[in-house]
Design a protein around this ligand. Structure first.
Ligand SMILES: NC(=O)C1=CN([C@@H]2O[C@H](COP(=O)(O)OP(=O)(O)OC[C@H]3O[C@@H](n4cnc5c(N)ncnc54)[C@H](O)[C@@H]3O)[C@@H](O)[C@H]2O)C=CC1
Ligand SMILES: N[C@@H](CC=O)C(=O)O
Ligand code: NA
Length: 817
């Protein structure tokens, strides 16, 4: 025989009751009839509580009473034929009249005892079960209403009564023996004490009723029918990727439901565990879904943890003082005091020196706990053997749960890495000695980010989500979006990575979306849904989203985003940038970015600052971190000038080649920055700094290759006009080189603590002679690459290769998370 328990949402509406009866009908096809246990209609227990509290304050509660009546009557009218309605409505009306009298008595006394409250609450289950059992009679003539307050016996701990198992088992077996032929509909949640006063089994106690029945009657299975697909890896309202678990052990289910996963009431597990009766959690609204099995000998899963649970509101109390050291009775006194006063301690941690204890309670209990402690330990406080208790509010608990944890090393490492990497500060840690649960206390504001980050860390096969925020939708920004869009399926399959663009801004518009922006039509979304751009707001909003695994991508050529990097790092967000301004401004700022990123455990990647996508920054970093010493760097690092010199041939005019370079996307947004050597200077400066030189801008000497009038041009149009006007100067330069069978090269050199960029004519013996297109070339002469330098060469400008470099940096953040 099976026990089928239906929760509040399953008896909450006409449609759900129909679904419930279909499920019961299906079960009735098996050899033995099931026993059905029901909760109150959803929301009714809350209404009953509110009414009782109002009555005790002599306030009007008639509206709530009317609502409860109407909800029951509506169901009866919808599900029973007219002729069958009256007897049921009458029975319900009698119940509501009794309830009203009871509330009137509370109103008159202006006093609400726990006993009276239990009696008020009992009407929820009694009315719903009475109603459903009568509706069921239409399908099953043998349907019978059974009031569990006559069958389950408890002590007099009203509100959370403890079951007298022996007597209860006896009564239940006896009742079942005599009613085996009936289809029993039993009230959940309620019981009675020795004096036959109604008691309740604690909030969510209908699950417990099902387990008590199951254990007493040796049921083959206890089914808990609810409105979700079983127990999930995390709260699906917080973690979109949470998924249903197919199987759990009793202990895992207990640990998961203790913190938050309110799918099953934790005490339910004990009777089922003792009798090894499987519990299965199923969804009334998706009856075909197999649900979650909680059973003895549950197969250990391949996953190191089963789930993540949380409590979103908690306070911690810190107790410290010399009086606690070695005092065996101290914790005993403390915790029996709290238990006596019904303060539930959620978690405890104690330092090994025994000098301090931290424990967590519900915020509503924190003040009371401090008062009780202050009174109980008055002497110790006065003698300064104990410091005044400290309360910290606004906290949450996150716990990872799983039996496999104790067999798998590195679990806590992974947990703390995910938290640290995302800037989640841990206030306290507790690990059960069972090692089924590691709990951390964190700020409530960080909970959602933390649960998502931890979920991503442990369920890697589900694809980790990298949240990116992009500034700049120009040449590079646009190309990056195209590349990302094409590559997304590959990343999901091969890198277990999902890249979501959460925000885009240019100088005109900005758009942030917590769902992510689809890259197929980002331009349309930005123009139609975007707000006027405001950089400070954009940064403030992306920080406030407090998402895990975040990257800020600066694809602008503007100085304005740069001052925000610092605060972005401090919010534990990585930065990827092709904008050279950040790293080539003051040395102090360059160092501060590096140090802050390191301090907050995030990445700062800027490969495209030098040589676009060519692996130059990375190569230098590898040389430096492996202890090599750079003796000399020689390089051509302006793709634009390289292109110009490679194409300034024959009759073509200089300014026309410059124009071509701009049209091909090699130049800076302002081509003057390339031709006046400024862009090259920035690259040399960044390289010098990465090679360990404390350089400022003026330490890189630039040999100017333009006539003065070109340098003085005040607009880009004027610049082109001046290039044209000085055509002869460039022509001469070219011809001089050609006459000597040489080519023009703009070459940077860093050696002996000096950096310079010079215009040179080189012959075919020079290693930089053979270049084409927008090629960059760099040679590193180091302690280890002494005889023959390490050379990197290839296209060093252009939207495709630059966006690809930014892309690779983003993925490197994703995979180092
Ligand atoms: N073109 C190339 O081959 C390479 C370019 N880079 C760098 O790439 C960066 C971008 O270059 P392009 O895409 O060609 O520039 P672009 O001028 O085409 O685009 C710049 C974008 O940044 C946006 N922007 C500017 N200031 C902004 C602000 N304060 N807030 C929000 N958005 C802002 C603009 O609206 C525009 O969408 C530059 O820093 C450049 O040095 C780096 C390596 C190679
Ligand atoms: N404008 C730059 C682009 C790469 O940084 C160049 O020409 O090299
Ligand atoms: Na590069």
């Amino acid at each position: 025989m099976k026990i089928l328990k239906f929760g509040g949402t399953s008896v909450g509406s006409v449609a759900s009751i129909k679904a419930l009866l279909d499920i019961v009908e299906q079960e009735c096809k098996s050899a033995e009839k099931p026993i059905v246990v029901l909760s109150a209609m959803s929301g009714v227990t809350n209404l009953l509580t509110a009414m009782a509290e109002k009555a005790a304050l002599a306030q009007d509660y008639s509206q709530e009473l009317k609502t409860i009546e109407q909800r029951h009557f509506e169901v009866v009218r919808a599900l029973l034929p007219a002729a069958a309605q009256n007897p049921v409505l009458t029975k319900l009306k009698i119940c509501f009249n009794e309830l009203e009298e009871l509330l009137q008595a509370i109103y008159n006394l202006q006093e609400l005892s726990l006993q009276a409250k239990d009696l008020v609450l009992s009407y929820g289950e009694r009315c719903s079960t009475l109603m459903v059992s009568h509706i069921a009679k239409q399908k099953f003539a043998e349907a019978l209403f059974a009031d569990a307050s006559q069958l389950i016996k408890t002590d007099s701990n009203f509100g959370q009564a403890r079951v007298n198992n022996q007597l209860t088992d006896f009564l239940l077996r006896d009742f079942y023996e005599n009613h085996k032929d009936k289809l029993l509909f039993v009230t959940g949640f309620i019981a009675s004490n020795e004096a036959n006063r109604v008691t309740t089994l604690g909030r969510g106690g209908s699950d417990y009723t099902a387990a008590i029945l199951g254990a007493a009657l040796d049921a083959e299975e206890i089914q808990i029918w609810t409105d979700v697909n079983g127990m999930m890896t995390a709260d699906p309202r917080m973690v979109r990727k949470a998924f249903s678990l197919s199987e759990l052990s009793y202990i895992e289910a207990m640990e998961l439901s203790y913190f938050g996963a309110k799918v099953i009431y934790p005490p339910t597990m004990t009777p089922a565990f003792l009798k090894k009766i499987p519990i299965v959690i199923r969804n009334t609204f998706e009856p075909d879904f197999a649900g979650t099995y909680i059973r003895h000998g549950a197969k250990p899963s391949a996953l190191p943890i089963k789930g993540i649970s949380s409590i979103d509101e908690i306070s911690i109390i810190n107790l410290a003082g010399s009086g606690m050291v070695g005092k065996a009775g101290f914790s005993g006194r403390l915790f029996s005091l709290l238990s006596r006063e019904q303060i539930n301690v959620v978690l405890i941690t104690q330092s090994s020196s025994e000098h301090s204890i931290t424990f967590a309670v519900k915020p509503a209990d924190a003040v009371k706990a401090v008062q009780l402690i202050s009174k109980e330990f008055d002497l110790e406080l006065q003698a300064k053997k104990l410091d005044a208790p400290e309360v910290e509010n606004g906290l949450a608990v996150l716990a990872i749960v799983g039996e496999n944890m104790k067999r798998t090393p590195g679990i806590s490492g992974k947990l703390f890495h995910a938290l640290g990497r995302n800037g989640v500060n841990v206030h306290a840690i507790a690990q059960g000695s069972s090692e089924y649960n590691i709990s951390v206390i964190i700020a409530k504001a960080d909970l959602s980010k933390a649960v998502n980050a931890v979920h991503d860390a442990f369920y890697a096969s589900l694809n980790k989500t990298l949240h990116i925020f992009c500034l700049g939708t120009g040449n590079i920004g646009k190309t990056l979006f195209k590349q990302l869009q094409v590559q997304m399926p590959f990343l999901a399959t091969n890198n277990d990575l999902q890249v979501k663009v959460m925000g885009i801004s240019n100088t005109r518009k900005m758009l942030l979306s917590d769902q992510g922006i689809a890259l197929e039509n980002w331009e349309q979304s930005l123009s139609e849904q975007g707000e006027p751009a405001n950089l400070a707001d954009f940064v403030a909003q992306l920080k406030a989203m407090n998402l895990p695994n975040c990257v800020f991508v600066d694809n602008t050529a503007s100085p304005l985003p740069v001052p925000h990097y610092q605060g972005i790092f401090e919010s534990s967000i990585s930065v990827v940038t092709c904008n050279k301004i950040g790293n080539s401004s003051s040395l102090a700022q360059y160092e501060s970015f590096k140090n802050t990123a390191r301090k907050y455990g995030v990445d700062f990647y800027y490969e495209t600052n030098v040589g676009a996508g060519l692996p130059i920054i990375r190569t230098l970093k590898d040389l430096m971190t492996s202890g090599d010493k750079v003796a000399r760097i020689e390089a051509i690092l302006s793709g634009t000038i390289s292109y110009i010199f490679n194409h300034f041939k024959g009759d073509v005019a200089f300014h026309e080649v410059v124009k071509e370079a701009q049209e091909k996307g090699y130049t800076e947004p302002d081509p003057r920055d390339d031709l006046n050597g400024r862009d090259f200077m920035r690259k040399m400066l960044i390289l010098a700094r990465d090679a360990g030189y404390a350089f400022e801008e003026q330490d890189v000497k630039i040999e100017n290759m333009l006539p003065e009038a070109c340098l003085q041009a005040s607009t880009v149009a004027d610049f082109y006009a001046q290039l044209e006007a000085n055509a002869n100067y460039f022509k001469q330069l070219k011809e001089t080189a050609e006459q000597q069978q040489k080519v023009l090269r703009y070459i940077g050199k860093l050696e002996n603590g000096k950096a310079e960029i010079t215009l040179q004519m080189v012959d075919e013996n020079h290693p930089f002679y053979m270049l084409s297109g927008s090629d960059n070339i760099i040679s590193f002469t180091t302690d280890r690459y002494k005889e023959r330098p390490l050379v990197v060469k290839g296209p060093g400008a252009g939207a495709e290769v630059t966006a690809a470099g930014v892309f690779a940096d983003i993925i490197n953040v994703g995979t180092s998370n």
